[in-house]
Design a protein. Structure first.
Length: 244
C-alpha cells in the first residue's frame, strides 16, 4: 500500500514538474486519480513542504524546482511560499485583499495574491501573471517611481510619481479599468514599493485594495498604511539579494 501511494505521489510531482502550476481539477484530469485520493496526496506533500498551493489561484507548484518554464512569472516556488505566508498574515490583520508584484524577466508581474481569501468568485484565480499598468494601478505606480525614465513622456509621469513617493504611498488613479479580468467591485488601492534590503533598488511593490463605493479612501489609508508598511519589511527580508 505504501509503495502504491509513493508511486502515485511521484506521478503527481512529475506532472507538476512538467506542466508547472496546476489546480486540483487539472491534476485530476491529467493523472486519472480520484479527487479524494489526489487531495490526500496533495495535502501530504504540502504538509511536507514539497508543494505550495498559491493563494492567488489555488494552483499547486513544486517547491523543490527553481522555476517552471511554463510560469509567466519565473520565481522560485519556495520564495512564493514565503510571500504567500506574508500576504495571508496581512489579510488576517486587515481583512483586505493584497497583491505582490515583482520585476520578473524585465516585466512587473503579479506573482501572488490573497484575493481568493475574500470569497469572491469573480476574477479569483486570474490575478497571477497580470501586468500592472505603470501609471494607473497603485502597484504599478509604486514600482515605476523607482525606475529611470527612458523618454520625455515617461519623465513627465516619473516627476509626478516623485511627489507620491515623498509621502510614502501611491494610490490607484480613478478612471477606466485596464485589465480584461472583470473587477468584482470598484477597485481603489494603495501601494508601496519593495526594495532589496540595504539598498534603494525598487524590485516590486505590494498593495491593499478595497471597494471604493463602500469605503472612504482617506480613512482606509490612515487605518491600514502602517500595517502595509510593517508587512513590507517582512517581505523585503525574504527577497534574495540576487533578485533580478
Amino acid at each position: 500500500m505504501a509503495t502504491l501511494t509513493l508511486s502515485k505521489s511521484l506521478a503527481v510531482l512529475d506532472l507538476l514538474i512538467e506542466h508547472g502550476a496546476l489546480g486540483l481539477e487539472e491534476l485530476h484530469l491529467l493523472s486519472g486519480l480520484p479527487k479524494a485520493t489526489l487531495k490526500r496526496i496533495l495535502d501530504s506533500l504540502t504538509e511536507l513542504q514539497w508543494l505550495y498551493r498559491r493563494l492567488g489561484d489555488q494552483r499547486y507548484v513544486f517547491i523543490r524546482q527553481t522555476a517552471s518554464r511554463t510560469e509567466q512569472a519565473a520565481i522560485a516556488p519556495d520564495l512564493l511560499r514565503l510571500l504567500g505566508q506574508h500576504l495571508h498574515a496581512l489579510y488576517q490583520h486587515t481583512g483586505l485583499p493584497s497583491d505582490i508584484a515583482l520585476a520578473c524577466q524585465g516585466q512587473l508581474t503579479v506573482v501572488e495574491s490573497s484575493f481568493s481569501l475574500c470569497g469572491y468568485r469573480r476574477a479569483s484565480g486570474q490575478l497571477i501573471g497580470l501586468r500592472p499598468h505603470p501609471y494607473i494601478s497603485a502597484i504599478g505606480r509604486a514600482y515605476s517611481a523607482g525606475q529611470a525614465p527612458d523618454d520625455e513622456a515617461q519623465r513627465r509621469h516619473w516627476r509626478g510619481l516623485q511627489r507620491e513617493l515623498a509621502r510614502g504611498f501611491f494610490l490607484r488613479r480613478r478612471g477606466p479599468w485596464e485589465h480584461r479580468v472583470v473587477p468584482p467591485f470598484r477597485v481603489m488601492g494603495m501601494a508601496i514599493p519593495l526594495r532589496l534590503q540595504g539598498g534603494n533598488q525598487t524590485v516590486g511593490a505590494i498593495n491593499l485594495y478595497w471597494d471604493n463605493e463602500r469605503h472612504r479612501c482617506s480613512h482606509m489609508v490612515a487605518r491600514f498604511l502602517p500595517m502595509l508598511c510593517a508587512s513590507r519589511g517582512q517581505i523585503e527580508s525574504s527577497l534574495p539579494q540576487g533578485w533580478r
